[in-house]
Design a binder for this molecule. Structure first.
Ligand SMILES: Nc1ncnc2c1ncn2[C@@H]1O[C@H](COP(=O)(O)OP(=O)(O)O)[C@@H](O)[C@H]1O
Ligand SMILES: [Mg+2]
Length: 283
């Protein structure tokens, strides 16, 4: 009876052979890190997808390696599994805090905040990036919700009352054990590019409002290698066209950020026409 009244939504999408989780494991089995060029390509495409979603006030709410699909021939990455996604336009709207897969859960969720924003995806994406740098070892591997928070505190130290209030104004801060911050470099091998660690430190931040916005991440120097015209994939092929920004993406930020994101050689191929054709609006 109920079956007859229920509506089903069937979505047909392109087929992607791999997930980021499989690719990270593939290299981990050979005791190797995901090659840095691939890490840069994947992370750039992940943040480009988040920039698009966040511009439209959509939080994915379950960013993790198995929800990132990859075409290994072109190294194109797309985000899948919108089963938890939600439009978060009204800052006063409440949403469930028990969301996201534990290892990737942002601290404001762990503190039970029900009025969080799209910044929870930035935290999760930072954890994904860190996992690639750690050869597939999860960045914060908590055994339960409390242990998850403890793992974060072991690196960043006990949050100050101000930080706690930024994460969840309703959280009683008195009962937290005092722990000093650890050293982020101890989590990674010394071969990890320093711009990468520096970017991570702008993503994995207690205060959601201080985390870098997805569109600004794309302009970070960590990705400069991808902007090099000569750059080729490890197998020798050309990089996928990661700078083919749509009009909507272009209009979502200002010119100075776009100038940093899109290299001159790529702008000369037509993007610049799009920029000058449309008046640029600030979000
Ligand atoms: N378009 C696709 N092409 C190939 N594999 C896919 C595709 N979409 C999903 N998958 C695979 O199916 C798995 C589960 O799909 P997902 O949408 O994440 O649903 P859920 O995690 O809610 O079961 C993904 O981790 C991925 O391995
Ligand atoms: Mg999934």
């Amino acid at each position: 009876m109920e079956r007859e009244t229920q509506e089903y939504l069937n979505i047909v999408t392109d087929f992607y052979e791999d997930t980021l989780s499989r690719i990270i494991n593939y290299f981990a089995r050979q005791k190797k890190l995901t090659p840095f060029l691939l890490t840069k390509l994947y992370v750039f495409q992940l943040f480009r997808a988040l920039a698009y979603l966040h511009h439209n006030h959509i939080a994915h709410r379950d960013i993790k390696p198995s929800n990132l699909l990859i075409d290994k021939d072109t190294q194109k990455l797309v985000v899948c599994d919108f089963g938890s996604a939600k439009t978060l336009k009204d800052p006063n709207e409440t949403s469930v805090a028990y969301i996201s897969t534990r290892y990737y859960r942002a601290p404001e969720l762990l503190l039970g905040n029900q009025q969080y924003g799209v910044e929870i995806d930035i935290w999760a994406a930072g954890c994904v990036m860190a996992e690639m740098f750690r050869g597939g070892r999860v960045m914060f591997e908590g055994a339960n919700n409390t242990d998850q928070l403890i793992k974060i505190i072991q690196l960043f130290g006990t949050p100050t009352p101000e930080q706690i209030s930024e994460m969840n104004p309703l959280y009683p801060s008195k009962d937290m054990v005092k722990v000093k911050p650890g050293d982020i470099n101890a989590y990674f091998s010394s071969s990890i590019p320093k711009e990468g660690i520096q970017l991570l430190q702008q993503l994995l931040i207690y205060e959601p409002s201080l985390r870098m916005r997805a569109i600004d991440v794309l302009a970070h120097p960590f990705f400069d290698e991808l902007r090099d015209f000569q750059m080729r994939l490890p197998q020798g092929g050309k990089l996928p066209d990661i700078f083919d920004l749509t009009t909507e993406e272009i209009q979502s930020t200002d010119r100075s950020v776009l100038d940093k994101i899109i290299p001159i050689w790529r702008r000369n191929q037509g993007i610049s026409r799009k920029i000058s054709k449309h008046s640029l609006k600030k979000v």
